[in-house]
Ligand binder design. Structure first.
Ligand code: FNR
Length: 380
């Protein structure tokens, strides 16, 4: 049966992926309070039903950073998304291009910048993690510039990683060496569709942009180890100068959750921010995105472009985020689940679902264009 919702895609991904990979995509940090609050607080926001407006022509188009989009939605950065399907990031980028929305490639993707550039018919955004090796970063930014990535998403909420218990339990981390490998292979063998299509035919599939730093024989563990050892916890606002010096295009800071930091970002002159708690994967216990968003949009919405992500599981959720002050919304797990379940067609279908759901939400709140969606679209 074809999935009818993002929730269905999550279940389909659970059936298709080896256990450790499903847990990696689905999980959050610590007790997962923030992960769950992102979803629940968003769904708790009541939309205001209005009737007898002419809603026969609904326009979802918008412009972000000078780019015309079919709707105010982007695929956000997901590290190792390419493990969900064969050459997965290429498939997702193609789906986004077909639907007229941006795809964002993570620094720690499975496919490299150049592979995605070759496979995608449209330019895509690039997400940067600050790692210690500035020479590597410089080269990465030069590559992203050279292939025409229009927007740089600079993620700042991972100076060090939050503990993800599910990854420890599943054998993704915490079971080093052969023992962990044997567990993962055992789990993959219970998912023959994935094992054949991605595990065998998809190789090499896990090194992407950092492959040159790791050497030819490296595996998943080396990759995760590299991430742990090389993320730079000493980064401050001053490091924006480094980023700016090597990037000529809009810069969007991802991982802002506090109005003070948002003001600081505006003073630093960045083009946008993404209100985000990394999908509840970093500091568990911080507020859900929708709780933090209104104060941040109030503080800086007139000075820079405020985007948001976290817990979006339908087009109704997109409209809720817009009503709370976001100008655009990034999907995270929603597209990763669809990619795992059905590849490029799955991601395209999720974007179709989001679009159709947005249309219904806009029609029944009486909003025919994206910029009319405001706090008044919410029930008191
Ligand atoms: C992420 N996220 C993320 N963010 C980022 O800037 N770079 C990255 O490499 C990753 N990797 C990553 C992997 C996985 C498996 C997940 C689930 C998330 C965070 C992501 O961009 C986004 O902020 C959240 O996924 C949004 O929450 P939802 O929509 O997934 O609930």
């Amino acid at each position: 049966m074809k999935p009818a919702s993002i929730g269905d895609y999550r279940e389909a991904a659970r059936q298709r992926l080896p256990h450790f990979l499903f847990e990696y995509f689905d999980g959050g940090s610590y007790a997962e309070r923030t992960l769950n609050a992102n979803i629940e607080d968003l769904q708790d926001i009541a939309l205001r039903q209005r009737v007898l407006n002419d809603v026969s022509a609904i326009d979802l188009t918008t412009t972000l950073f000078g780019q015309e989009l079919a709707m105010p939605v982007a695929l956000g950065p997901i590290g190792l998304a390419g493990m969900a399907a064969r050459r997965g990031e290429v498939q997702a980028a193609r789906a986004a291009a077909a639907k007229g929305v941006p795809f964002t490639l993570s620094t720690v993707s499975a496919c490299s910048l150049s592979e995605v550039a070759r496979g995608s018919p449209a330019p895509f955004w690039f997400q940067l993690y600050m790692v210690r090796d500035r020479g590597f970063l410089r080269a990465l930014l030069e590559d992203a510039n050279a292939i025409g990535c229009p927007v740089l998403v600079f993620t700042v909420d991972m100076p060090l990683p939050g503990a993800r218990y599910r990854d420890l339990r599943s054998g993704l981390s915490g079971a080093p060496g052969l023992r962990g490998q044997a567990r993962r292979v055992g789990q993959a063998m219970r998912r023959p569709g994935w094992a054949w299509d991605v595990g065998l035919r998809g190789r090499p599939h896990q090194l992407g942009n950092v492959a040159p730093l790791l050497g030819p024989k490296s595996g998943l563990e080396d990759f995760l180890g590299w991430m742990k050892d090389n993320f730079d916890a000493s980064v401050t606002w001053a490091d924006l100068d480094f980023v700016r010096a090597h990037w000529n295009g809009p810069i969007v800071i991802k991982g802002i959750l506090d109005a003070e930091d948002a003001r600081r970002a505006a003073e630093a002159g960045v083009d946008g921010i993404i209100v985000s708690n990394h999908g509840g994967r970093q500091l568990d216990g911080v507020p859900s995105v929708v709780r933090a968003l209104p104060a941040i949009a109030d503080a800086v919405g007139d000075r820079l472009t405020v985007l948001a992500d976290g817990g979006v599981r339908s087009g109704l959720d997109v409209v809720r985020m817009l009503a709370l002050g976001a100008k655009g919304v990034l999907l995270g797990r929603a597209w990763a689940f669809a990619l795992a379940a059905a590849g490029e067609a799955g991601v395209r279908h999720v974007l179709d679902l989001i679009e159709a759901e947005m249309r219904v939400a806009m029609a029944l709140t009486g909003m025919t264009t994206v910029d009319r969606i405001k706090a008044t679209s919410l029930a008191a």
